[in-house]
Each structure stands twice: as C-alpha cells, then as structure tokens.
Design a binder for this molecule. Structure first.
Ligand code: BJ8
Length: 422
C-alpha cells in the first residue's frame, strides 16, 4: 500500500480524493462478491486483481514504461488490441463504471450525458485513476455522438487518436475500417518505434484469439442447466479482460473453466431454482455491478450478457489464415465489424444475436439494460422488444445510471418480472 501511494503520487494523482474512492471499494466487493455462496475457488485470482485494482496492474505498466514501453488507453470493444501489442505496446481499457467520477465529468459535460462518458472525463480530470494517468495516448472511436465530442475535450489534456468507425456495414465500410486499422498500426509503430512484421502480427492475432476462446469457453459453461458460476463473477472476469495482461488472463480463465468443468460434472448449481436471465444492452464497466447484484438477489441468475462486457467482446475470431500485413489487417477489420453496436444502422444482427443467445443459454427472460441518456441503445430497445415478443421471449427494459437512488425501485420491477417467468 505504501508503494502504491508513492506510485500514485509519482503519477500526479489527487491522493486525497483517490483515498475516498479506495475507501468505498472493499464494501462494494463484500456486498456483491463475498456475500455469494459456493463461489468457484479459482475466482481467487480475479478477486485479488480487483482488490488491488489500482495497484497490481498499474505497477506492471509503470515498469513497462520505465523500460521505454508505451501504453495505449482504449474505450471501446472496436479498438483492435492485436495491432497495438504487435507493435510492442500494451493496450489497456479505460473503465468508467463508477459514480465517483460522474460529478467530475459534469464540470465539462451537460448533465444529461451518459454516465459512462461523464465518468471518463471525471476519471481523467480529477486525476483519480492510475490507468488514465499511465496511458501515453488514448485511442477513441467515432461510435456515439457523446463519446465523439467528449474525446475532443479529453484531447486537450492527452494525445488522442480517433478511429473513424463507419456506421454502416457495406463492403465499402469494411474496406474503410481496414484502412482505419492500418492507420492505428502506423500510430502504434510511430509511438513505440517498432515495426510490425507479418510474423509479429500473426502471433498477436493468435494471442487475442486465445483470449476470446477462453471467454467463449467460460460462457459455454453457463449454458448448463445448473449454473456453475454466477453472473456477477462472470461479469468481473469480463471486466478484467479489458486491462489484464492477455496471456496471463487467458491462462487464468482456462484454469477457472477447468474447475467449472468439474462443477458441471458434479452437478454444482450456484443458484438452484433461479430463473435464467440474459442481459442485453450497454456495457458495464468496472465497478458497475449494479444490475447483476439486483437480479441475482431477486430469485434469478444471469447466464449471459449480450453487451461489450459480454459476448460482443469475444464472439467471432480473427481469421488466422492471412499471410501479408494487408490480409491480416483486413481479417482483423472483418472480425471487429461483426460487433453489433447500436451505433450502426441498420443493426439487425443484434436482434438476431439476442434471440440466438436467449435460445442457446435457455433463458427464461431478457433484461435490456441501458445507461441513461444512451440514445442509440435506448431507441434500439423498441425494436428489440418487438423482436423478442415475436419470438415469444419475455423482456423487461430498464434504464439506469451508476447511482443507487433507483436501486430499490428497479429491484421491485425485477422481482415482479422474475415472478411472472414460467
Ligand atoms: S462497441 S457499446 S464499447 S460504443 S458511451 S454508446 S452507453 S451513450 S459504450 Fe460502447 Fe463501443 Fe458500442 Fe460497445 Fe451509449 Fe454511453 Fe455512448 Fe456507450
């Protein structure tokens, strides 16, 4: 802890304010995670990472930078880590899931902005997150309007590169996205001083594919009738995926899955009799565990998330058959354009995904969770609900933010919904 204080001080953090943030984390961890019964033993790695979230990984990043390494901060599932790590950089997600950062963001943004975007700016400008301090450059993307404009403000304080994500998925858009991926590679090469070779890129495509495969394995285990792991625990794993070392993370997820294989064989069920819920909607950045906690204390268990802290992050692999840099870049671009974010029009693929996942995970109902003021997901919720109704799948729409003020009202609605599930 003393070492952490020194590190945080050296990073120019606001220590007094950061202490306030650290003070609330143990209580939240206790309430959400430690209160669960019958957790898998190998959640211990993820618990440890969480308990020292601003210490362990930041210390690794500090060491990496002291040796001349460059850290790339990212905000979206569309930024291809493969390209960054092929240039010898480290890609780290910049989470923005805490209410603690929202007031800081409101100094720069209208109050009626999505809390995730407000938290991004608060975390940076309040100087209370080591990851935001450690990144040498931020990689943004043109997804929703709020993020796009907020990046302009962030860019006044740190170098920023924006990837221009097309908002349709026609062949010419795929071609354009490949150009954006190639530009990112150029930025990464320039910043790190390392040339990306075909061999390096092929190797790193495999590294990130292995990470996706491990997460798919974890999710596949949740398809079992008896849930071997809770939704909250799985969400934590998915959140840590954004900033842990990819190879170590893959190893630890596979170790967890080995245990879950045994649990399935032994018929272990962490939520006997609970209704099975699929969550769809906006991402849940660490430490946003609000909806999982509410749902899993209301007679249900979350067995799948169709979110960017869920299936959108890991489904579909990058084709590994590319030999030249251009072929590999196109394969990377194609895989990422398979992500069905609500910033696209049309976005039919997402409706198909939710219905497919509802069937694959044998869910009793879908809860569509959207962050307040996220227009794209909110508007898309209308059609999603229609499609689910047509498919005979029950759905509940929830709009919320990071505060606890609506928690008891949401709990009442979730409990009523769960009760009506067959
Ligand atoms: S690929 S979901 S991570 S943009 S910030 S859109 S909640 S108003 S996060 Fe996202 Fe990439 Fe899409 Fe996934 Fe809405 Fe808020 Fe915008 Fe958000």
């Amino acid at each position: 802890m003393a070492d952490n204080q020194k590190m945080w001080g050296d990073l120019g953090m606001n220590l007094e304010m950061h202490d306030q943030l650290c003070a609330v984390l143990p209580g939240a961890i206790g309430d959400v995670f430690m209160s669960q019964e019958n957790r898998p033993e190998h959640m211990d790695y993820f618990d440890m990472v969480l308990a020292d979230v601003h210490g362990l990984r930041p210390a690794e990043l500090v060491e990496f930078r002291e040796k001349g390494g460059k850290v790339f901060g990212t905000f979206c599932a569309f930024v291809p880590d493969e390209v960054i790590i092929a240039a010898g950089g480290i890609a780290t997600g910049l989470c923005a899931g805490s209410q603690f950062w929202v007031p800081g963001g409101e100094r720069y943004l209208p109050a009626n902005t999505c809390p995730l975007i407000k938290a991004m700016l608060g975390a940076r400008f309040d100087r209370t997150c080591p990851f935001y301090r450690l990144a040498d450059i931020y990689i943004g993307e043109t997804t929703c309007d709020g993020k796009k404009k907020a990046y302009e403000i962030l860019g006044t304080d740190i170098p920023m590169h924006i990837m221009d994500l097309p908002q349709m998925k026609r062949p010419k858009d795929l071609k354009k996205w490949a150009e954006e991926v190639k530009d990112l590679m150029g930025i990464a090469e320039e910043l790190t001083g390392n040339k990306v070779t075909p061999e390096k890129l092929a190797e790193k495509i495999k590294v990130i594919n292995a990470k996706r495969a491990a997460l798919q394995r974890l999710y596949d285990l949740r398809k079992n009738e008896k849930a071997p792991i809770s939704g909250a625990d799985t969400l934590l794993v998915s959140q840590i995926a954004y900033y842990d070392d990819p190879e170590r993370f893959t190893k630890m997820v596979n170790i967890l899955c080995d245990e879950l294989d045994q649990r399935v064989a032994d018929g272990v069920d962490v939520a006997p009799g609970a209704k099975r819920i699929l969550i769809s909607g906006t991402p849940m950045a660490i430490p946003n565990w609000k909806m999982h906690n509410i749902i899993e204390t209301s007679g249900a268990v979350v067995v799948c998330e169709e979110t960017c802290t869920g299936t959108r992050y890991f489904e579909n692999q990058v084709d590994e058959s590319g030999e030249t840099i251009d072929e590999m870049i196109q394969n990377i671009a194609d895989r990422y354009m398979g992500i069905n974010c609500a910033c696209f029009t049309p976005n039919e693929g997402r409706f198909d995904d939710v219905i497919r996942l509802a069937k694959e995970y044998k869910v009793d109902g879908v809860i569509d969770v959207n962050l307040k003021f996220c227009q794209t997901y909110d508007i898309e919720g209308y059609t999603l609900e229609q499609r689910l109704n047509e498919a005979g799948i029950r759905v509940l729409g929830i709009e919320t933010d990071y505060t606890d003020t609506d928690a008891s009202q949401i709990k009442t609605r979730v409990e009523a919904f769960v009760e009506t599930l067959a």
